[in-house]
Design a protein around this ligand. Structure first.
Ligand code: SF4
Length: 137
């Protein structure tokens, strides 16, 4: 597997109305939760949002991202894309995104196949999943 150079995070546009994305960024910086696998020398962190349902901004921003990757000699196999926890998990924001498969397909068509489902792990949401308040995936 190629060495990771950049990490991108796709976040839910609706959730971002009340979330700055700071917690994911801080956890990336500290290599916590679903960011733990990234080497300490990976410094480029790119948060993007889906643009609202059904998430088609992802295709446009993935294409834009690739332009900048080319300028920096970065290839798609050197980029890991997280689908943020607000997209993939049932949590206090709401149920998982109903367009996850389409978002994955849009990323795959742009060559992004190194996906990680999740970003921040919320201890409160984990407890509610354990007790059945939120559904597990
Ligand atoms: S539910 Fe899915 S498609 Fe809709 S805004 Fe959130 S991430 Fe985007």
């Amino acid at each position: 597997m190629a060495k990771t150079k950049w990490v991108a995070v796709v976040q839910c546009e609706v959730m971002r109305e009340r979330c700055s994305g700071a917690d994911c960024a801080v956890r990336f910086a500290g290599r916590r939760d679903l960011f733990a696998e990234h080497d300490s020398d990976v410094s480029v962190y790119i948060p993007i949002t889906c643009g609202g349902c059904p998430g088609r901004r992802v295709a446009r921003l993935a294409a834009h991202l690739k332009k900048h990757m080319a300028k920096n000699q970065v290839t798609t196999d050197e980029v890991v894309v997280h689908l943020s926890s607000c997209i993939v998990n049932d949590n206090h924001h709401g149920p998982p995104c109903p367009h996850i498969d389409d978002i994955k397909l849009m990323l795959a068509r742009q060559g992004f196949t190194r996906l990680i489902e999740g970003s921040k792990i919320s201890s409160g949401a984990e407890k509610k999943r354990a007790t059945g308040v939120y559904k597990n995936r």
